[in-house]
Design a protein around this ligand. Structure first.
Ligand SMILES: O=C(O)[C@H](O)[C@@H](O)[C@H](O)[C@H](O)COP(=O)(O)O
Length: 300
């Protein structure tokens, strides 16, 4: 089928290549002209603006947007709702907050446009070679139109129509919450090994854990790759950033009254990792010193 792709960053460009390899025709646009050129080299038809992209598609038109969540997605959706017509399809494949997607779905539905909120997982490699997609949208019938597209670009069994609008990005949000907890557990286990009396070969450990153990999986394979490049990760700072989905999962859990101690602590550990020093630490150190006379590390 024919798809318009807006947003040709590391995920969008790989999706374009995947779509073309699977027999789709892609019209591509990005604010960065260099990225459009790369898409053109990969076989896409270049567009010079969102409007130009939409004008190059045949009805019913299908546009996939892959731009950062928040304001960039908001403005792109708003513009496209004005450019597309009744019966067209609009897919947000980014990591949008599900309440934003509910809003986008509503303004699209007012114009008769089928809006799908699509959580995309599997990273750059998945986008290129077979990804994972969690897709909410107006109806199963409308989704049928997109099945050939997702059949081609997904890992086998790697896409799901999740039901009503918002449910795709909601599922991706929770997926990422789980991702936070799993990665933190792997990190902590390795920290124990690293500080133990034994001399473990981190890469070899990841490799053996990847073959038949309970904790095998893609994250363990990625750990093996990372340790192969840098045996003790000496060149990497232990700072962990986050893009928001862990936080949203925790906020949602608080709203629902569901306990999520592992996911919540994973985010707090990431937040701590971003700080050079913490005021909490200064306060606790002062208090220990106050009641027990325990030594405080002073600023150098
Ligand atoms: O499923 C995936 O492929 C990943 O989750 C992907 O979506 C991305 O790497 C995260 O958004 C990073 O999230 P943080 O920056 O919050 O760790």
């Amino acid at each position: 089928m024919q798809i318009g792709m807006i947003g040709l960053g590391k995920m969008g460009l790989n999706l374009v290549k995947n779509m073309i390899r699977n027999g789709n025709e892609v019209v591509a646009f990005d604010l960065n002209a260099d990225n459009v050129k790369l898409a053109e080299e990969a076989g896409a038809i270049a567009a010079t603006s969102n409007e130009d992209l939409v004008s190059k598609l045949q009805a019913p038109k299908t546009v996939w947007i892959m731009v950062p969540a928040g304001k960039p997605t908001d403005s792109t959706v708003e513009e496209l709702v004005g450019l597309l017509s009744e019966g067209d399809y609009l897919i947000d494949g980014g990591n949008s907050f599900y309440e934003d997607s509910l809003r986008h779905s509503k303004i699209a539905a007012e114009q008769g446009i089928n809006f799908f909120d699509c959580g995309t997982s599997g990273g750059k490699d998945g986008a290129l070679n077979g990804g994972n997609f969690m897709i909410g949208g107006p109806s199963k019938e409308a989704f049928e139109h997109l099945v050939p597209l997702f059949e081609g670009i997904s890992e086998k069994d790697g896409y799901l129509y999740t039901g009503e609008p918002g449910s795709g990005h909601y599922l991706k949000m929770v997926h990422n919450g789980i991702e936070y907890g799993m990665m933190e557990a792997i990190g902590e286990g390795y920290d124990v090994l690293h500080n133990s009396q034994f001399e473990y070969d981190n890469e070899a450990v990841a490799k053996v854990w990847s073959h038949g153990s309970v904790i095998r999986g893609w994250l363990m394979e990625l750990a093996e790759e990372a340790f192969a490049k840098d045996a003790n990760l000496d060149n990497i700072a232990g700072v962990m950033h986050s893009s928001g989905e862990g936080k949203w999962t925790i906020q949602e859990a608080l709203k629902l009254g569901v306990p999520v101690p592992v996911i919540a602590n994973s985010l707090f550990v990431r937040n701590y990792s971003e700080a050079d020093d913490t005021f909490t630490g200064k306060v606790v150190s002062s208090l220990r010193n106050g009641f027990g006379g325990h030594a405080m590390d002073m600023k150098k």
